[in-house]
Every structure is written in structure tokens, then in C-alpha cells.
Design a protein around this ligand. Structure first.
Ligand SMILES: O=C(O)CCC(=O)C(=O)O
Ligand SMILES: [Fe+2]
Length: 359
């Protein structure tokens, strides 16, 4: 079996740090900078951390979980009334098998045992049409739209606080990223892993990095694992008081590899599980390229520039069946700056190596 490669940059951490971000809300910049220092350290060494002090209320979280439970408990035919393939902004129900992850270690596309409901940044603006932005599709389930929207807005606001923190962590002006996140194609997914009596875990299955700048994840159970610098899978146990934050592809590029998109996966377990990632992106047209001065010894050409939304959309076309169908029918096309799936993070080395050897 192909070994899963890791970046030597990450340490052989055995657990995920917990960061209290309460002072990112402080009016004193020095307080905010103190937290940013801790963020910088965790982003370099681990790429994953828990946060406390986030100010998202328990009611928001409880209502979101209740909305998800209610929706997924319906018969398949009811859920399919809001099938994602009926939308024009990539919103709606994603049935099992619709999404196919690329398994870098096995060079094949694989489907997970999971279903989800995806929504994006709500935008009804005829002058600004971009893939993945528009009016969300909503199911006919009581309070679903209100509760999911309320959570989305709170989580997006927290995302802005974190964007400011990451800017400080990279020594950049604090508003650098939020200025470019006015109407971002940031997706919230309500993910449901149904009870699966035949679940069998295998090393490396479902491992991936996230595409965006970072992910603000609300898990509800154990199961998440991240890859450390020594190639070991480290558990991220569920902590009811915390969110989990992880670095994605775009922050890796923007930081010229000082922060790395960390590979992670969900261990296959029989138990039912829910999780709610918000993938925090910059605006669709933002050019993603290293923005820090290149330091001595660093490769200035390590990352080529890409258009934020095009990258996201290209990855999405390559992993969702309904978009592949539209692609084959000539109804959608891959953006010019499209990259192959799994081109970042710890899997980059695997891809580069296999393309060099012609494998
Ligand atoms: O279910 C989880 O805890 C994580 C899900 C995840 O990594 C993803 O959706 O990108
Ligand atoms: Fe992920």
C-alpha cells in the first residue's frame, strides 16, 4: 500500500491544542496580538486546534442540531425534493454516493457513507453572478431555514474574527482578509453519518485537506483524526465546549506554506454521527497567491496563483456527480485555473511524485 506522506514541517504532535480566543474580541490590539501569536504557533506546528471563548450560543448550536436531525429523519423521497442537483448555486440535499472523494493513496474516487445538506452565502444580485453564489434551496421542514440561517450568520461572523486573527498571526494588517470576504462562497454543510452496522475502518480512507482558507467545524461525536508530522493519525475527541478550526488549501498558498493544510479524515464507526463544517473562503474573484515576502531559503515559485472561487468550483465539479453530468453535457465548464484534486497539503508530495514517474 502507498504510504501516506506527511510534511516534515508539522511536529509529531499527539494531541490538538486548545486556544481560548476570547481576547480576539478585545478592543485592545495587544490582547488580540497575544491570541494571534498562539494561533500562529498552532497553525505552523499542527494546522488544527480547538477554540473556546467563541461567543456562539448553545441555543444556536442546539437549534442547528435539531434542524439537522429533523431533516435527515425524513424518507429519502422527501429529502430528494431539495436535491442539490436541482439548484443553481450548489445548495440542497446531498444523498449518499453523490459526492466522491479522491483517495490519493489509492488513486481512485470513493464515496463515503454519509449524506448532507449544503447551503452557501445567500445572495440575490443580478449584477454579481458567480457559480456557488445565489439563493439557497430550502426544504419544507419547520424552522429549518430560520435555524440554519441564524447559525450560518453567527458562524460567518466568528469566521471574520478568526480571519483577523490569522492576518495578525501572519504579521499582516488585521483587515487584510476580511476586506476580501464581503460575499464569499463559504459553504455550511450539515453532515449526517447514518448508523452503519457494516462500518469497517481502514487506514487512510477518506483522508483529505479542505479547499478554503480554514474550516470552522462543529462536531457532535468522536471520529475525527488528523495526520501528524510523523505520519500517525491523531484523534480529535469531541469536546462539547469547543469548535475545531483547521487550515485549508488557500491559507497554505497565501502564507507561502508557512501554514499547511492538514490532512484529516473521519474514522469509520457504526454509530450515527453529525458534524457541521463551515468552510471559510474569500470572495470568488480573489487572487490566491503568496502574500508574504519570500524569505531566504524559501522557494518563490512554490505556489502558482489561482482564483479563489474557480479553485473551489473546479474541485466541486470534480467531486459531485450532478456537476460531472452537467460537465459531460457541456452545461458547465471547468475554470481555467483548475487544479487536480488533492494538490495541496501532505498529499502534494504523492501527486508530484507520481506525475514525475509517469504513474
Ligand atoms: O465530520 C467531520 O468531523 C469532518 C468532516 C470534514 O472533514 C469535511 O467535511 O471536510
Ligand atoms: Fe474536511
Amino acid at each position: 500500500m502507498t504510504r501516506i506522506r506527511t510534511t516534515p514541517q508539522h511536529s509529531a504532535f499527539q494531541k490538538i491544542p486548545v486556544i481560548d480566543i476570547a481576547d480576539l474580541f478585545s478592543e485592545h490590539v495587544n490582547d488580540r496580538k497575544q491570541v494571534a501569536k498562539v494561533l500562529a504557533h498552532a497553525s505552523r506546528e499542527v494546522g488544527f486546534f480547538y477554540i473556546t471563548g467563541h461567543r456562539i450560543s448553545a441555543t444556536r448550536v442546539d437549534n442547528l442540531k435539531a434542524a439537522a436531525k429533523h431533516f435527515f429523519s425524513q424518507p429519502l423521497a422527501s429529502k430528494m425534493q431539495s436535491y442539490i442537483g436541482l439548484s443553481t448555486n450548489h445548495s440542497g440535499y446531498v444523498p449518499e454516493g453523490e459526492e466522491q472523494f479522491y483517495s490519493a493513496s489509492q488513486s481512485v474516487h470513493k464515496a463515503d457513507h454519509k449524506e448532507s445538506y449544503d447551503i452557501g452565502f445567500e445572495l440575490d444580485n443580478a449584477d454579481y453572478k458567480r457559480p456557488m453564489l445565489g439563493t439557497n434551496q430550502w426544504p419544507n421542514v419547520e424552522n429549518f431555514q430560520a435555524n440554519v440561517t441564524a447559525y450560518y450568520q453567527d458562524a460567518l461572523s466568528l469566521g471574520k474574527v478568526l480571519f483577523r486573527g490569522f492576518a495578525l498571526a501572519l504579521g499582516l494588517p488585521e483587515e487584510t482578509f476580511v476586506k476580501q470576504a464581503i460575499r464569499p462562497p463559504s459553504q455550511l454543510r450539515l453532515v449526517h453519518y447514518p448508523y452503519d452496522p457494516s462500518a469497517q475502518d481502514r487506514e487512510g480512507i477518506g483522508a483529505h485537506t479542505d479547499y478554503e482558507c480554514f474550516t470552522l467545524l462543529l462536531p457532535t461525536a468522536d471520529g475525527l483524526q488528523v495526520l501528524n508530522g510523523a505520519g500517525e493519525w491523531i484523534d480529535v475527541p469531541y469536546r462539547p465546549d469547543c469548535f475545531v478550526v483547521n487550515i485549508g488549501d488557500m491559507l497554505e498558498v497565501l502564507s507561502n506554506g508557512r501554514f499547511i493544510a492538514t490532512s484529516h479524515r473521519v474514522r469509520k464507526v457504526k454509530e450515527e454521527r453529525y458534524s457541521f463544517p463551515l468552510f471559510c473562503s474569500l470572495d470568488y474573484d480573489t487572487c490566491i497567491e503568496p502574500i508574504l515576502p519570500v524569505m531566504e531559503g524559501e522557494d518563490p515559485n512554490k505556489y502558482s496563483a489561482l482564483v479563489c472561487g474557480d479553485h473551489l468550483y473546479a474541485q466541486t465539479i470534480q467531486t459531485f456527480r450532478y456537476l460531472q453530468k452537467r460537465f459531460k453535457a457541456g452545461e458547465v465548464s471547468l475554470p481555467k485555473s483548475a487544479k487536480a484534486v488533492a494538490s495541496f497539503g501532505q498529499f502534494k508530495a504523492v501527486i508530484d511524485k507520481s506525475s514525475q514517474s509517469g504513474a
